[in-house]
Design a protein around this ligand. Structure first.
Ligand code: NAD
Ligand code: UD1
Length: 352
């Protein structure tokens, strides 16, 4: 295997782990990222962990000319498209920024791909497109309906991809609906590094464990779930990264959608308890009211991906939280703690 894959958003949380998985599988990787929500240190870390060269272009995908230069410079064969904004609350207060960042970027990318005769795409969609599900576990045929601008950008991009694939059978597109990605690279050198106050449970609980924050707020203990707290299908970011490899290797003519999850649920209280076990720290928490827009349970039926992609997410909650803790405890302030090790991120001329 020796193919050049463009990874948009490859400096981000899921993109950086997927870049490592691609390089370990023998692919060449080109990263395009504007670093709006990430650090150049992540690219340095990808290189260090793999001992491989990685071309890095700090560009904004809303700039189509800059994007075209990336295609002109590298023999790109396929694209994994992670780049985008992802904070649900922010998308409600700044919808235009979200539509611009996510839709214009994707239109530019698809346009450049078509122009350059590159028609293999794996796209980061989200379980958020299912809204409040009618049935559990959730299959790909479940009704969709996003409840916020972020989710609507995902649904719109899915539709754009379907229309494109219908227009020309040379397109091979996989839309991956991730459930709740958590965890970190087992080396402890790469992980999730949210800017500001984390919105999501696992980064928040890790910051409490490491002493950056006082206590957890549990958003409701009166849900219709076994212990009253919200239940989610957490998936280790390495399993997710491997899901992208599988999707890339199984691309077929047309546009297919896949759930990437474990099919197992964990509650907020289970996440707190397991974090206490793996970290040896106590996690103070208080139960507060429900968060706007939350749902009781989200759980994937991943059987379509298990069969068609010959892929399965096997790492359990303890492994997810152990790896997240390993990263957080070594780097309490995320990539900011690594700056200075090697801050220069040159854009090397690739060997092709
Ligand atoms: P992330 O923010 O860590 O990574 C996204 C990357 O895209 C960042 O490095 C950011 O700098 C870059 N980016 C944003 N806008 C850009 C632009 N206009 N041009 C170039 N680069 C740009 O997020 P992540 O958690 O790694 O998520 C990756 C993708 O997966 C996103 O599309 C997200 O919506 C989707 N997703 C994430 C989750 C999750 O819980 N993390 C769940 C479902 C789907
Ligand atoms: C988030 C995203 C959603 C995305 C999904 C999968 C938000 C608002 N929603 O939702 O768009 O599809 O991840 O990646 O970001 N919780 C607490 N206290 C906290 C934080 C969370 O109790 O401080 C609870 C929540 O109520 C929920 C669970 O923990 O029950 C998980 O929350 P979170 O990590 O934000 O994920 P989602 O709610 O699934």
């Amino acid at each position: 295997m020796d193919k050049t894959v463009l990874v948009t958003g490859g400096a981000g949380y899921i993109g950086s782990h997927t870049a490592v998985a691609l390089l370990e599988r023998g692919h060449r990787v080109v990263i395009a990222d504007n670093l709006a929500n990430s650090s150049a240190e992540a690219v340095v870390t990808v290189r260090r962990l793999t001992g491989r060269e990685v071309a890095f272009h700090q560009i904004d995908l809303t700039d189509e000319d800059a994007l075209d230069e990336v295609f002109a410079e590298h023999p790109i064969e396929s694209v994994i498209h992670f780049a985008g904004l992802k904070a649900v609350g922010e998308s409600v207060t700044a919808p235009l920024a979200y539509y611009r960042a996510n839709l214009i970027s994707t239109l530019n990318l698809l346009n450049r791909m078509q122009h350059r005769d590159v028609r293999k795409l794996v796209f980061s969609s989200s379980a958020t497109v299912y809204g409040d599900p009618e049935q559990l576990p959730i299959t790909e045929s479940a009704r969709t309906g996003a409840t916020n601008p972020y989710g609507r950008t995902k649904l719109m991009i899915e539709e754009i991809c379907r229309d494109l694939a219908a227009s020309d059978p040379r397109w091979r597109i996989s839309l991956l609906r991730y459930f709740n990605p958590v965890g970190a690279h087992p080396s402890g050198e790469m992980g999730e590094d949210p800017l500001g106050v984390p919105n999501n449970l696992v980064p928040y609980v890790m910051q409490v464990a490491v002493g950056r924050r006082d206590r957890m707020r549990v958003f409701g203990a009166d849900w219709d779930t076994p212990d009253g707290s919200g239940v989610r299908d957490y998936i280790h970011v390495l399993d997710l990264a491997e899901g992208h490899l599988a999707a890339l290797e199984h691309l077929e003519s047309g546009c297919e959608v896949f759930n990437l999850g474990t099919g197992r649920g964990a509650s907020v209280f289970e996440v707190i308890k397991t974090t206490e076990n793996v970290s040896g720290r106590s996690i103070p928490f208080e139960v507060v009211g429900r968060r706007d827009g939350d749902i009781a349970t989200s759980l994937a039926d991943p059987s379509k991906a298990n069969e068609a992609l010959e892929w399965r997410a096997d790492r359990n909650l303890e492994v997810m939280l152990r790896d997240a803790w390993n990263w957080q405890s070594r780097h309490p302030n995320g990539y900011a703690d690594k700056v200075g090790d090697d801050v220069d991120v040159p854009t090397p001329t690739p060997p092709d």
